[in-house]
Write a protein that binds this ligand. Structure first.
Ligand code: COA
Length: 255
C-alpha cells in the first residue's frame, strides 16, 4: 500500500500521509516517498501551492518509533533529514491541514509550512525530551522564533500535548476549524496563494525566512549529532521500549 498519496487539482498538489492504522507514523519509506512527492510538486509548473494533510483521524504521530529503536549512529541524517530539508527548501508554498495529532517530526515540519490550519480536535506535541532525545531539525531555533522562548521551553521541556486553541494562541497554527470544514478551508487558502503573482510569493517567502537561514544548517547538524548520541542512552531505550511494552507488543512488533 502506498503510504504517501499525491494528487493535483486546481493548481494545488495534495500530499497525504496515509497510514491511518498507525496514526500515520512515518517510516523510512514514507520519508523517501514524501520527499519524492514534494520534488514532483516543485517540478510541476502547473502546481503553485502544496497542501499537506493526513488520512483518518491523525495528521501524523511522527517518526515511527520502531525506526528510532533501530537507528544506529550514522553521519548524515538519512531519509528523515532529506524529508525535512525538502520541506524547508520547497519553492512551492506549503499549507498544512492538521486533522488530528501532530507529534514529533509531525510538529517540527509545521514550523516550515507557510500556513497551518488545525481541526478543533487536533493536538500538537514535541515529546523529544520525555523520550530521552532532544530538539531536532533546528526546532530549538524555529520554535522560539515562532512563539517566544517561554512557550518554546514549555513545549520542549514539559513535552505535553497542546490542543488546537492553545496552538493558535502560541502562534503554532493560523486558525482552528471544525474537522468537517478543515480540508475545504485549507484547500481554498492554498488555491488563493496559487492565484497570487508567483514571483511576489517566491521573493516574499525568501525574505520571511532569511533571518533564520544562516544558522539553520549548523544547528540541524548539532542537534542530529546529539540525537544520535542520545538514542543509545538508557533513558531513550526505556522510553521506546516502554511505548511498545504498554501495548503488550514485543519490541519492533508494531511495524
Ligand atoms: N510509531 C510507531 N507506531 C505508532 C506511532 C509511532 N510514532 N504512533 C502510533 N503508533 C501505532 C501504535 O503502536 C498502535 O499500533 P497497534 O494498533 O499495532 O498497537 C497504532 O499506531 C494506534 O495507536 P494508539 O496508541 O493505539 O492510538 P491512540 O489514539 O491511543 O494514541 C497517539 C495515539 C498518537 C497519541 C499515540 O499512539 C502516541 O503517543 N504515539 C507515539 C507518538 C510519539 O511519541 N512519536 C514520536 C515523536 S518523536
Amino acid at each position: 500500500m502506498n503510504h504517501i498519496e499525491y494528487s493535483v487539482a486546481h493548481s494545488v498538489a495534495t500530499i497525504r500521509f496515509n497510514r491511518p492504522e498507525k496514526k500515520n507514523a512515518i517510516t523510512l519509506e514514507m520519508y523517501v516517498d514524501f520527499t519524492k512527492a514534494l520534488a514532483k510538486a516543485n517540478a510541476d509548473a502547473d502546481v503553485r501551492a502544496v497542501l499537506i494533510t493526513g488520512a483518518g483521524n491523525a495528521f501524523t504521530s511522527g517518526n515511527d518509533i520502531a525506526n528510532f529503536r533501530e537507528r544506529t549512529g550514522r553521519e548524515d541524517g538519512g531519509a528523515a533529514e532529506q524529508f525535512m530539508l525538502s520541506i524547508v527548501n520547497s519553492d512551492k508554498p506549503l499549507v498544512a491541514a492538521v486533522n488530528g495529532v501532530a507529534i514529533g517530526v509531525g510538529a517540527t515540519m509545521l514550523l516550515h509550512c507557510d500556513l497551518v490550519y488545525a481541526s478543533d480536535n487536533a493536538t500538537i506535541k514535541m515529546p523529544f525530551v520525555s523520550l530521552g532525545i532532544c530538539s531536532e531539525f533546528s526546532s530549538s531555533l524555529t520554535l522560539p522564533a515562532v512563539m517566544g522562548m517561554q512557550r518554546a521551553t514549555e513545549m520542549l521541556l514539559l513535552g505535553d500535548a497542546i490542543d488546537a486553541r492553545k496552538a493558535m494562541e502560541f502562534g503554532f497554527v493560523n486558525a482552528v476549524y471544525e474537522l468537517e470544514q478543515l480540508h475545504e478551508i485549507a484547500f481554498a487558502a492554498a488555491q488563493r496563494i496559487a492565484q497570487q503573482p508567483s514571483e511576489s510569493v517566491r521573493t516574499t517567502r525568501e525574505f520571511l525566512r532569511a533571518a533564520l537561514r544562516p544558522n539553520y544548517a549548523q544547528r540541524l547538524v548539532e542537534e542530529r549529532r546529539m540525537i544520535t548520541e542520545l538514542l543509545g542512552s538508557p533513558d531513550a531505550r526505556r522510553a521506546f521500549d516502554g511505548f511498545f511494552a504498554r501495548r503488550g507488543n514485543a519490541p519492533g512488533a508494531a511495524v
